[in-house]
Design a protein around this ligand. Structure first.
Ligand code: KIV
Ligand code: ZN
Length: 530
């Protein structure tokens, strides 16, 4: 209670692991600049802790944690480790410049993890965990301990582990439902059991980290919060290992919308939710399903006549959240070629894009081309244009200057491409294929010659209508050299949007190839095996 007699809700810390657990989604690999861009947006939206990576896993992850530690000043920056000294040394070094560094160490607590993964005993695992915390404490004050697979562990053993690691200096104890196995009732009871039975629990913050294998990650996280957890571990759009992690937007908006129920709050500026969702989707190449809560394209769409009628009479008849409150832009505002530079600049600023003059000019030139073809350009078209022209955080080695295809039911699909190489040299080549896209990709491969396998190709209309811009997303898989002459299969995504879907397909493939080449350059040719 404050002195006016009103109760002041507790604050829940938001720990975002989009850049670590989220990036473990197949094909979500982000480069350092992309991670930094996401970290900046997370900082602006008020996230408390950013888990920036797993520093020992690769030189790229190490450098990403290092850069984020140098540049992000308003969040705690966290690096993940296993419970061993080499991992902790690497995290401590990567976090050196962080204003508020945190080492996140830990190991399994379920018998299945202890016996089959760690090949040790309960006592051995407990000792290893305590040693890791004591060692991490030599470098940083703030040490978070994860009790991996806590959802399937014996609670009595879990209590003993938590008590021991808190005595060793852990400031946060993280209770992961690593396999997404528990139900909200069970997970809530597990957290309540910890709060009631771990004698020194008041010296640490209890964190919850849930996976979505049975679609219960958000419900479990909220059950944890209602039973005493004060840190939630989340990712933007719920991306992450397998079925993903708890999604940031769902937890934040549940706590905000049902304040009557939770009597809690977070520091998140909810108006940043939609822009960060779009950014993460663009950069990871992972689309947001249309019916996704809060950020899906249909989250605020009312299709049945009865619902539309209700919303027109009174928005709250069918809407529990005002879309503006989570930053969903007004798609009714449209522009045309006549809107001019001033109109476009104004609309981009309204949408939250801060572009420098060079970036704006690229967007404007592209906007004119789109406006010429489809007469009106709405918010979704603008998002696609900005993603294409500005949100490319790597150096383009090869640039597609020209693509031309001939196809039809009585001809052999044939493509010609003209590509500018790294030293400005021009390559022209042609090939045929089973269809126009196959022909283009073969022609590009003849020029660039990077062996890879196309594992996903998808196309989506950005807006309604026959003249809509089409967005193509591709994923390619390639063997990357790793230390000790090994190879590792890695996935790179590419995307592009154009009113001509064949052009979008060509540019998306070029995007993925350039990203592959840039990642190889960034890793200095070889990555350490994870
Ligand atoms: O799911 C999990 O258990 C994790 C830990 C490393 C925190 O991601
Ligand atoms: Zn996890």
């Amino acid at each position: 209670m404050d002195n006016s007699g009103t109760s002041i809700p507790d604050t829940i810390a938001v720990f975002d692991t989009t850049l670590r657990d989220g990036e473990q989604s197949p094909g979500a690999a982000l480069n350092i600049d992309e991670k930094l861009e996401i970290a900046r947006v997370l900082e602006d939206m008020g996230v408390d802790v950013i888990e920036a990576g797993f520093p020992i896993s690769s030189p790229g992850d190490f450098r990403a944690v290092q850069r984020i530690s140098q540049e992000i000043r308003n969040c705690t920056i966290c690096g993940l480790t296993r419970a061993n000294r080499l991992d902790i040394d690497s995290a401590a070094e990567a976090l050196q410049s962080a204003k508020r560094p945190r080492i996140h160490t830990g190991l399994g607590v379920s018998d299945v993890h202890i016996e089959y993964k760690l090949r040790t005993t309960r006592e051995g695992a407990l000792e290893q965990g305590v040693d890791a915390v004591k060692y991490a404490k030599k470098f940083v004050e703030d040490v978070q301990y994860y009790a991996e697979d806590a959802g399937r562990a014996d609670p009595e053993y879990l209590y003993r582990v938590l008590e021991a690691v808190i005595n060793a200096g852990a400031t946060v104890v993280n209770i992961p439902d690593t396999t997404g196995y528990t139900s909200p009732g069970e997970f809530g009871a597990l957290i309540r059991g910890i709060v009631d039975n771990v004698s020194n629990i008041h010296r640490a913050t209890v964190a919850v980290h849930c996976h979505n294998d049975l679609g219960m990650a958000t419900a479990n996280t909220l059950a944890g919060v209602r039973n005493g957890a004060r840190q939630v571990e989340v990712t933007v759009n719920g991306i992450g290992e397998r079925a993903g992690n708890t999604s940031l937007e769902e937890v934040v908006m549940a706590i905000k919308t049902r304040r009557d129920l939770f009597d809690l709050e977070t520091r998140i500026d909810a108006r940043r939710i939609y822009p960060v969702s779009r950014l993460v989707s663009q950069l990871t190449g992972i689309p947001v399903q249309p019916n996704k809560a809060i950020v899906g394209a249909n989250a605020f769409a009312h299709s049945s006549g009865i619902h539309q009628d209700g919303v027109l009479k009174e928005r709250t008849t069918y809407e529990i959240i005002n879309p503006h409150d989570v930053g969903v832009p007004d798609s009714e505002i449209i522009l045309s070629a006549r809107s001019g530079r001033h109109g476009l600049r104004h609309r981009l600023a309204e949408l939250g894009y801060a572009l420098d003059d060079g970036q704006f000019e690229k967007v404007y030139q592209r906007f004119l081309k789109v406006a010429d073809k489809k007469k009106t350009v709405d918010t979704r078209d603008l998002e696609a244009i900005v993603a294409d022209e500005v949100q490319m955080f790597f150096e383009e080695t090869y640039h597609l200057e020209h693509v031309q295809v001939s196809c039809g039911n009585y001809s052999i699909p044939t493509a010609t491409v003209r590509i500018r190489g790294p030293n400005g040299e021009i390559f022209c080549d042609a090939d045929h294929g089973t269809g126009p896209v196959d022909a283009i990709y073969r022609a590009i491969n003849r020029v660039i010659g990077e062996p890879n396998e196309l594992i996903e190709f998808s196309i989506q209309a950005v807006t309604e209508g026959i003249d809509a811009v089409g967005r193509v997303t591709v994923r390619i898989q390639a063997d990357e050299p790793v230390k000790d002459n090994g190879v590792e299969r890695r996935v790179f995504s590419g995307r592009s949007a154009d009113t001509d879907i064949v052009v979008a397909a060509a540019k998306a493939y070029m995007f993925a190839l350039n990203r592959l080449i840039a990642a190889r350059r960034e890793a200095g040719g070889t990555r350490a095996s994870e």
